[in-house]
Design a binder for this molecule. Structure first.
Ligand code: CIR
Length: 256
């Protein structure tokens, strides 16, 4: 169960955030703020206390706070994002993390290692780490070494077509995985009960399980139905403006 979540308010500069989908247009900042409000309410409705960090206008992608830290029940890791324009976001999260974890339980990913939290999926005591354009082998190695010290295990999974591991995978607890694209059919994930997200709804493969409920992006009815049929209470949140920056539901918070 999660007790806490951390989010960062989007800044007006978000319209200059990194995107692989310029055809979706620039985000509407005011609409993004309203969607962010609804996202916070949805998290609170799942029973977590939400710590809201103020916007950081110097960093257009800083509302995607998931990428700068990995938080576990016993330790925290400050990452080193692979996107150069995002590396400065790390310094801004440290004080907040120190409010929740003692200093000796906070690790760091150091250059030349890079790692973004979107590439990390926690399944019980095991961590899957995506090796992507943002997370390199050295970053994954550092993370595995750190986690081993706390009794966790980990493994890497290569990805080539999508931004982050959790762009195409979400763990919904109960041995259940929401899965799409290049991960479908991969032996690493074959043992899970799988909810396969069709290519036309691929964005909805990024959902978040929060204390028994699953927050699902609005506008993907087949995926929402499949998750509900699997026995989950679903909560819809519209993230259209964050999608324009390749961001999904998990990217917008750290849950722990
Ligand atoms: C980026 O490219 O870094 C942002 N525009 C989107 C980050 C999404 N984060 C995530 O999937 N964890």
């Amino acid at each position: 169960m999660f007790k806490n979540a951390i989010v960062r308010r989007p800044a007006p500069s978000m319209v200059e955030g990194i995107t692989s989908a310029p055809h979706l247009g620039q985000p509407d900042y005011l609409l993004a703020l309203r969607q962010h409000d609804a996202y916070i309410k949805a998290l609170e409705g799942c029973g977590v206390a939400v710590k809201v960090l103020e916007a950081a206008p110097d960093y257009p992608d800083s509302c995607f706070v998931e990428d700068v830290a990995v938080l576990t029940p016993s330790c925290a890791l400050i990452t080193n994002p692979g996107a150069p324009t995002r590396q400065g976001e790390v310094a801004m999260i440290v004080d907040c993390i120190k409010g929740f974890y003692p200093e000796e339980k906070i690790g760091r990913i150091d250059s030349p290692g890079t790692l973004e939290g979107g590439d990390v999926m926690m399944v019980g005591n095991h961590f899957y780490i995506g090796q992507s354009a943002r997370t390199n082998a050295a970053g994954a190695r550092q993370m595995l070494d750190f986690l081993l010290g706390y009794g966790y295990s980990g493994s890497t999974a290569a990805l080539s077509k999508i931004l982050h591991l959790k762009t195409g995978l979400s763990y919904l607890e109960n041995d259940t995985l929401l899965i799409t694209g290049e991960f479908v059919g991969q032996p690493d994930f074959a043992a899970f009960r799988q909810i396969i997200v069709p290519p036309e709804e691929a964005y909805a493969a990024n959902c978040i399980w929060v204390n028994g409920k699953v927050i699902v992006p609005a506008g993907f009815p087949d995926t929402a139905r499949a998750i509900a049929l699997a026995g989950y209470e679903i909560v819809l949140v519209d993230t259209s403006e964050f999608r324009k920056l390749d961001g999904g539901l998990s990217c917008l918070s750290l849950r722990f």
